[in-house]
Each structure stands twice: as structure tokens, then as C-alpha cells.
Design a protein around this ligand. Structure first.
Ligand code: NAD
Length: 444
């Protein structure tokens, strides 16, 4: 089948590359000419493990190509995917659908025969119907269908998620559209991946409900972590004991500095706004948003407390700033709430992150960047672990402590074992676990 993928960001690029790997003929379109130029030269503009090799393979097989010309890409396509961004509308929280509707308009004029216009972007309920209206208005009487096909891939594991998803969700209104969607995902149905066919509205809601539920799970365990700290529990034991219950599951039960990233913050906000708009408020999600915002800010207080509120003039080494490991994505990363606050309090911050610098440098002005954790820690009064990249797991803690001027280690991802950190000479604090060593002694 022939596919045009409009929007070549994280989702569009990964989906396009994977669809071409299924054997379909895919043309990826983006407005940003430099991005398309890079891709034409075999360079991948984002960091996503395994993507470059798969891209190269499918370009070589002539199934995958890139263009800025939407008319050329859409001509003769069986399916035209919209995978453009749906950021938060400035100042309020609703999803900004400008890019989706602009793409729909452009696609409408470029269609040359029957095609399914598939909305892959995460969009609020009612958007697919509006896309249908836009195309109908631009091309009265033209044969086409609209389908909602939300994407559930995770950055950092995007290829695996696309190739082996838990399910594929499709909202569609005609048998013809369902047939096209079935054909596109046939390689997955051979692997017995469930396909959930539903209405446009339900498909739109499934995506928001799933993301809001996962954000709620994270926020729940974060609040349990706070309680653990007050009463002497260990949140990791609590999470394990809860997560082994098959009705709950162990995923998304890792306490930390609060959720961030390109999806959860904006999607929880958009769902809450939809609830309010339809006079059906989703109070759990509204609370989750509030608790998570407070949590990111409260992380700054933890660092200040570890330094006895005296940070001015001190060096702080920050380990990891991307919103999670295995991605270079900085969107709404907790680090963006923490690092500028530390700099504002007078600290000099040295960041080490294997892929965060390209995006993060302009977002955290005033910070310096190091290639190596020991270099970042040299002369520092504190180390703060914000993102749990693997490179931080196997560090020699004694050596690390040895190059520092101070002793504070604030581990927001529970990467280290408290006993080992204390044995290496750190005043160690982590999330939802009993404090040990000098900090515990100070609290006694
Ligand atoms: P992104 O910002 O990385 O990419 C969007 C791309 O679309 C940009 O490169 C932009 O230049 C391009 N674009 C915008 N309008 C265009 C047009 N008219 N023609 C051609 N190109 C155009 O966004 P993303 O992270 O890939 O997210 C896309 C959608 O997928 C969002 O709705 C998001 O919520 C959803 N989603 C994202 C993820 C994720 O992990 N990033 C996961 C699931 C769903």
C-alpha cells in the first residue's frame, strides 16, 4: 500500500519507517526543509535507538522517501496520516489543533483518488469529525474516509512499541476504511496483535484515557513516596508489593521527580479541559496535574535542603536532564523546573546527559555541560540525579565522592543503593526510602 505521512517528528518518522519495514511504500513529509534534507542524507534528526539502521535499510529498498512537497506525497496514496504536533494552546490547556487542521486542508487539495485520512496525532474528541468536515468542504463529493488511529509508542522504545504494540486502536465509520487500516497493520495481526475497532470519538478518548491513567499511576506512587518518607516506609517495596498484583501491574509505579515529556503534561491538561468544556469534569486528572506541578517544584527544595539552604556560589552537578532516558526530548522535562531554579538561587550547574545537550542548552541558559560524570562532579557540593541514564548506574561512587567538594547526593530516581552511597561517603537522599547516614543522623 502507499502511505503519505504528514509530519516527520517522533511519531511520524518512527511510524513511517516502521510502515515501510512492513513492506508498504511510504513518503514522509515535513515543512521543515532542514529536517527533510538531513533525512535524505540518511541522518536521523532525533535520537531513537535502532531508528537509523531501519531507516537506511528501507531507503535502500526504495520503500521510504522524504519530501517537503505534500502534493507529491499524497498523490496516489491509499492512506494519508496526519502526525503533526498538538501542543498545549498558549495560556489555557486545550490542545492546539492549528497544525492538524492546516494539514487536513492541504491534504484535501492534494488527494487524487479515494484515500483514508488517518489522524495519528493525539487529538481531543471531535477533531476527526472536524477533519472530515474540512476535507468535505474543500472537495465536495470526493470519495474519502477519515480514521482515528492514536499512537501509543514510547520514546526510547519506539520501534519495539510500534512493531509489537499491545493493541492497535482504530476509529472508523465505513467498511472500506476499516479494510485499508487492516491491510496497513496486517503484519501485526499475523502476530495476533488485537485491533480495537471503534467509533471516531471512542478512539480519540482511548488515547487520552490511557495517558491520563498512566500519569495518575505515577502521581499516586509519588504521593505514596512522600508518605513513606514521613512514616519510615520504602516506596520501592510498596510499589513491588502493589505491582505484583495482576490487577495493578508493576509498570509506571516508579516514584520520581514527577512526570514530564512531550505527552503526559499536555494530554492530561487537554483531557481535563475537555471534561470541563462538556460539563463533565474529571477531578482525578485535575488533581493529578496539580500534584505533579507542585512535585516538580518541590524537588528544588530537596536540593536546597541537602545543602542546608546555602547554594549561592556552590557548584551542583546534574546527572540527566532529558524527560527520560534513551531520548533527546526535553519537552516538559522535570529538569526544566529544577535547573533554572538552582541557577536562580546562585548555584553554578554542570550538566551531564548523553543526548540532552542539543535541545537542552538553549532551554537552560547559564548551565555548563560536561561529557563525563566525574568531570561534572569535580569541585561540586552536590550531585543531583534527575534522569536515570544507564551511564550513571555503574559509576564508582567512591571516586565520584573523591572529586567533589561536598557530600550531598540527591537521587531523584533511586538509582543507587542507600547503603552503598553512604559507605562511599555521601550524604544521600532519595525518593520515598528511609534516609541513611549523615542525613538520617541529622534528622534524629
Ligand atoms: P513533533 O513536534 O516531534 O513533530 C511534528 C512534526 O510535524 C514537526 O516536524 C513539524 O514540522 C511537522 N508539521 C507540522 N505541520 C505540518 C504540515 N502541515 N506539513 C508537514 N509537516 C508538518 O511531534 P511528535 O512528538 O511526533 O507528536 C506528534 C503527535 O503524536 C502529537 O499529537 C503527540 O501528542 C502524538 N504522540 C506523540 C508521542 C511521542 O512520544 N512523542 C507518542 C504518542 C503520540
Amino acid at each position: 500500500m502507499r502511505i503519505a505521512m504528514i509530519g516527520t517528528g517522533y511519531v511520524g518518522l518512527v511510524s513511517g519507517v516502521c510502515f515501510s519495514d512492513f513492506g508498504h511504500e511510504v513518503v514522509c513529509v515535513d515543512k521543515i526543509a532542514t529536517k527533510i534534507d538531513m533525512l535524505k542524507n540518511g541522518q536521523v534528526p532525533i535520537y531513537e535507538p535502532g531508528l537509523d539502521a531501519m531507516l537506511e535499510k528501507n531507503v535502500a529498498a526504495r520503500r521510504l522517501s522524504f519530501t517537503t512537497d505534500i502534493v507529491e506525497a499524497v498523490a496516489g496514496a491509499d492512506a494519508v496520516f496526519i502526525a503533526v504536533g498538538t501542543p498545549t494552546r498558549r495560556g489555557e490547556g486545550h490542545a492546539d489543533l492549528t497544525y492538524v487542521y492546516a494539514a487536513a486542508e492541504e491534504i484535501a487539495h492534494a488527494l487524487t483518488g479515494y484515500a483514508v485520512v488517518v489522524v495519528k496525532s493525539t487529538v481531543p474528541v471531535g477533531t476527526n469529525r472536524e477533519v472530515k468536515r474540512i476535507v468535505e468542504k474543500a472537495r465536495p463529493g470526493f470519495a474519502f474516509d477519515v480514521a482515528s488511529n492514536p499512537e501509543f509508542l514510547r520514546e526510547g522504545a519506539a520501534i519495539e512499541d510500534f512493531m509489537r504494540p499491545d493493541r492497535v486502536v482504530v476509529g472508523a465509520e465505513t467498511d472500506r476504511a476499516r479494510e485499508v487500516m487492516r491491510a496497513l497493520y496486517r503484519p501485526l495481526s499475523l502476530r495476533e496483535t488485537p485491533m480495537v475497532f471503534t467509533t471516531l470519538e471512542s478512539a480519540e478518548l482511548i488515547k487520552y484515557a490511557a495517558n491520563a491513567f498512566l500519569a495518575t499511576k505515577i502521581t499516586f506512587i509519588n504521593e505514596m513516596a512522600d508518605l513513606c518518607e514521613k512514616v519510615g516506609g520504602d516506596v520501592q517495596d510498596v510499589a513491588r508489593g502493589m505491582g505484583l498484583d495482576g490487577r495493578i501491574g508493576s509498570k509506571f509505579l516508579h516514584a520520581g521527580p514527577g512526570y514530564g515529556g512531550s505527552c503526559f503534561p499536555k494530554d492530561t491538561l487537554a483531557l481535563a479541559r475537555t471534561g470541563q468544556q462538556f460539563n463533565s469534569p474529571i477531578r482525578i486528572v485535575e488533581t493529578v496535574i496539580e500534584v505533579n506541578e507542585k512535585r516538580k517544584r518541590s524537588m528544588v527544595d530537596r536540593v536546597l535542603a541537602a545543602l542546608d539552604d546555602r547554594v549561592a556560589g556552590k557548584k551542583i552537578a546534574v546527572f540527566g536532564v532529558t524527560f527520560k532516558p534513551e531520548t533527546d526530548d526535553m519537552r516538559d522535562a522535570p529538569a526544566l523546573a529544577i535547573v533554572p531554579a538552582l541557577i536562580g538561587a546562585g548555584a553554578s550547574v554542570a550538566i551531564v546527559d548523553p543526548h540532552g545537550r542539543k535541545e537542552g542548552e538553549a532551554m537552560m541558559p547559564g548551565a555548563s555541560w560536561a561529557e563525563d560524570p566525574y568531570e561534572a562532579a569535580k569541585g561540586a557540593s552536590a550531585i543531583v540525579v534527575i534522569t536515570e541514564w544507564n551511564m550513571f548506574r555503574g559509576l564508582d561512587l567512591r571516586r565520584l565522592r573523591g572529586v567533589m567538594a561536598g557530600e550531598a547526593l540527591v537521587d531523584m530516581r533511586n538509582v543507587y543503593r542507600p547503603d552503598e552511597a553512604v559507605a562511599a561517603g555521601f550524604a544521600y537522599s532519595s525518593i520515598g526510602r528511609p534516609a541513611v547516614g549523615p542525613l538520617a543522623r541529622a534528622a534524629e
